[in-house]
Ligand binder design. Structure first.
Ligand code: GLU
Length: 419
């Protein structure tokens, strides 16, 4: 893992790379590279022992030309203003790549949630929801889960907002539990789109996904669901997985679902499977596998690690796992990368379905959710391939940004510039 690249600079470089292929006016290009606004706030809560503690929190609203700002809230000690700005930009380009009617946003609190009790986390989340209240709303900005947040935190945000606003507005936040207005299929949606993106890219490249060997770096929700679905729906063979404590490698493959159960019981995948060899995260990234799925945090692969990658295909389940320099190395080496803004877009796509269901007060079956998700991801992949071929783009990431930038620029142009 490297922390050298600033994710916000990475985002700006990705936008510049794609904009060079299309005609974007200078003044508009600046707009495409910066958030419209960033809230920075301090949340002071009472801890269980009676003391007070203050936590820094952010919400960046990147671009609202195509609809309300949309994106998750993460709880992590490494959250920073620049990280949140980058993540909000990746959301704007993600929603445009898969053509759902949203802009991009992202929030975060600088906190290690494992050090807080349930009560402390609830007070912290409700304090943040109160600060966010003037900015959010189902037609303004719609938060969702991200790293270390889930249904519980989203339910608290919804309840705080609805209580203070004296209304019912379940669509103010997505990723809720089903009893609070959550959608069927939302929890598994990010892993599902990662699986679908892998299927589509293997098909495009004329490779067989059945029996293909897979290594997954990061075994949280996105990585573990992708691994399970790659095995159960496509017959791929997961041979290595890792988390922040280390990794395991079994050349013959193993049951990805059982590895997740082991992690749930013990806190890590390490120690799972008698035949497994223990490996580091770096070793996992260099394994000679057919498919590599980075599913942890930003900057997992820098230029040096990119030189060691042996996989032919990378499908990004995490946001921003490759630095721009790593991208350059992998493009040179003919490694195909399906970018985050398409591969992990299942999460926000099913968030969109949740919001539609909330507004209609009419709920879909999981089967319908999965069918609609498959259509959106496959159409987006086809659009990416068309741009890749017709613009002679150097790689799939630049192709995806070309598609997304054109959609945002068109929406901005059609709305006109006022005043
Ligand atoms: N946090 C997820 C992402 O990075 C989901 C966002 C959402 O559902 O709005 O795409």
């Amino acid at each position: 893992m490297t922390d050298e690249a600033n994710p916000f600079e990475s985002l700006q470089e990705q936008v510049d790379d794609a904009a060079a292929h299309i005609d974007v006016a200078d003044g508009l290009l600046e707009r495409l590279k910066r958030p419209e606004r960033v809230l920075e706030t301090n949340l002071t809560i009472r801890m269980d022992d009676g003391s007070l503690e203050t936590f820094r929190a952010y919400r960046a609203q990147f671009n609202g030309d195509r609809g309300p700002y949309k994106g998750g809230i993460r709880y992590h000690p490494d959250v920073s203003r620049d990280e949140v700005k980058a993540l909000s930009g990746w959301m704007a380009y993600k929603t445009a790549t898969v053509d759902i009617p949203y802009g991009g946003g992202k929030g975060g609190i600088v906190v290690d949630p494992t050090t807080l009790s349930g009560g402390e986390l609830e007070r912290l989340t409700r304090a943040f929801a109160e600060e966010l209240r003037p900015l959010i709303g189902e037609d303004r900005d719609i938060p969702a889960p991200d790293v270390n947040t889930g249904q519980r935190e989203m339910n608290w945000i919804k309840d705080t907002y609805e209580t203070l606003e004296n209304t019912t507005e379940p669509g103010v936040v997505t990723g809720k539990s089903p009893d609070s207005g959550g959608s069927a299929g939302r929890v598994r949606a990010t892993g599902r789109s990662t699986m679908l993106a892998a299927r589509e890219v293997f098909d495009y490249l004329g490779k067989r996904i059945e029996g293909a060997t897979v290594a997954v770096q990061g075994y949280g929700n996105a990585g573990s669901v992708a691994a399970r679905l790659l095995e159960s729906e496509l017959g791929a063979n997961v041979v290595a997985v890792s988390d922040s404590s280390g990794g395991i490698y079994t050349p013959g493959g193993f049951d990805a679902a059982a590895a997740k159960e082991h992690k749930n019981e013990t806190g890590s995948v390490v120690g799972f499977g008698d035949a497994s060899e223990e490996i580091t995260n770096e070793e996992l990234l260099g394994l000679d596998v057919d498919l590599l799925v980075p599913a942890a945090l930003e900057n997992a692969i820098d230029a040096d690690l990119a030189e060691t990658v042996s996989a032919d295909v990378i499908v990004e389940a995490a946001n921003g796992p490759l630095t721009p320099d790593a991208d350059g190395v992998l493009t040179e080496r003919d490694v195909h990368v399906v970018p985050d803004i398409l591969a992990n877009a299942g999460g926000v796509t099913v968030s969109y379905f949740e919001w539609v269901q909330n507004r209609q007060r009419f709920y879909w079956t999981e089967e319908r959710v999965n069918e609609e998700l498959e259509r959106i991801i496959c159409d987006a992949f086809d659009g990416l391939v068309t741009a890749y071929e017709s613009y002679d783009a150097p790689n799939f990431r630049t192709a995806a940004y070309i598609v997304a930038i054109e959609r945002i620029v068109d929406a901005h142009a059609e709305s006109g510039t006022w005043p």
